[in-house]
Write a protein that binds this ligand. Structure first.
Ligand SMILES: NC(=O)c1cc2c(=O)c3cc(F)ccc3oc2nc1N
Length: 333
């Protein structure tokens, strides 16, 4: 209802509801680094409350999210960044059968069996890094794909991300920021000692540590990163995904070296089996394997939908607790 059609009674009710909702969102986001809603949803509710409180100041309370520093300010504290090209997400499959279907669809569309570049799916949060003449000038989160948050100052505290490339080129690269398992364990021990809620998983810990207004907090959190994509392959003279990863490393960008170029589904099954068992021995969390068409011109032929690329797919590992249950059942039998 437009604000000027509201009775005082209705306004008081809506303001109270919004104050409670935004306080809960703020606590989840700010205290637990486990946001309950996408930022743009939070921002819309926040804007509505600001409007109502301006119209009905008698209902502004000192503990309203619009009044306190904690929740709201942190949320809207980070500047927004519009992505030049939308940051898409990966489509997911949860079984080898579905992965086989994806391979068949891709082969049919291309008219031949493509070679694939296989990569571990790092369980962190996506960021875009912009370098101009070899200097890091901006870093932003994916956000809703079109609009992300500016985390440049935070990213500059991450040792594995170079502020200067080995060549003075201008390029935007994308990657995953993650918290190594050892840093995660240390951080949660410290939080419990300080009487704070531990982070649920390394991904939430990484997100909460990156999206800090106070950069000194980010610096203490020992984050790391892997780069896996660029929208401008011509800037680095590569024609394959595997070649791009090699060039990223030559430029001084951190890459994960577990990638493998393969030609058949049998090779994919072997890679998935290998890293399903290797998973707990890795220094960082992975939640699956990413299969990418390796030739970049074939990627262009396949294109993307509004939300996901057609030339890549994420095979997600079954959640670990499920595996434990399966093991127990086998054991009792
Ligand atoms: N978490 C990851 O380790 C990982 C994630 C992505 C993406 O999210 C991703 C999203 C795209 F639209 C295109 C390619 C991508 O490649 C990716 N490659 C990876 N290795």
């Amino acid at each position: 209802t437009p604000v000027n059609n509201l009775t005082t009674q209705m306004a008081q009710q809506e303001i109270a509801t919004l104050q409670k909702r935004l306080t809960d969102y703020g606590v989840a986001y700010y205290e637990e680094d486990a946001p309950l809603v996408e930022d743009y949803i939070y921002d819309a509710f926040y804007a509505r409350l600001v409007l109502l409180e301006a119209q009905f100041p008698q209902f502004v309370t000192p503990d309203s999210p619009t009044q306190n520093v904690g929740g709201a300010k942190v949320k809207s504290g980070l500047a927004k960044v519009v992505h030049p090209a939308p940051m898409l997400s990966l489509g997911d499959v949860f079984s080898l059968e579905e992965l086989q279907e994806w391979d068949e669809r891709t082969t049919k569309t291309l008219g031949f069996q493509s070679e694939y570049n296989l990569e571990l799916k790092i369980d962190g949060l996506a960021v875009a890094l912009t370098y101009v003449d070899g200097k890091l000038v901006q870093a932003s989160t994916r956000g809703n794909g079109s609009i992300g948050e500016d985390v440049t100052a935070n990213v500059k505290t991450i040792r594995s991300i170079p502020q200067t490339l080995t060549e003075p080129i201008t390029i935007e690269v994308r990657g995953e920021i993650y918290m190594p398992k050892s840093s995660f364990a240390t951080l949660n021990k410290q939080r419990e000692a300080d009487g704070l809620e531990p982070f649920a998983n390394p991904r939430n810990a990484a997100a909460g540590s990156l999206r800090q207004l106070n950069v000194a907090i980010t610096k203490k959190r020992e984050l790391s990163a892997f780069v896996y994509y660029t929208a401008d392959p011509d800037a680095i003279g590569v024609t394959t995904q595997s070649g791009a990863l090699e060039r990223f490393a030559a430029l001084g960008l951190p890459t994960d070296d577990h990638n493998r170029v393969i030609a058949t589904m049998a090779d994919i099954d072997a890679y998935i089996a290998e890293y399903t068992s290797q998973r707990e021995r890795l220094a960082y969390g992975i939640d699956g394997v990413v299969v990418k068409v390796n030739q970049l011109d074939n990627q262009l032929d396949l294109g993307h939908t509004v939300k996901i690329p057609r030339w890549a797919i994420a095979y997600k590992f079954p959640p670990e607790e499920a595996l434990t249950v399966v093991r127990d059942i086998e054991w009792t039998v």
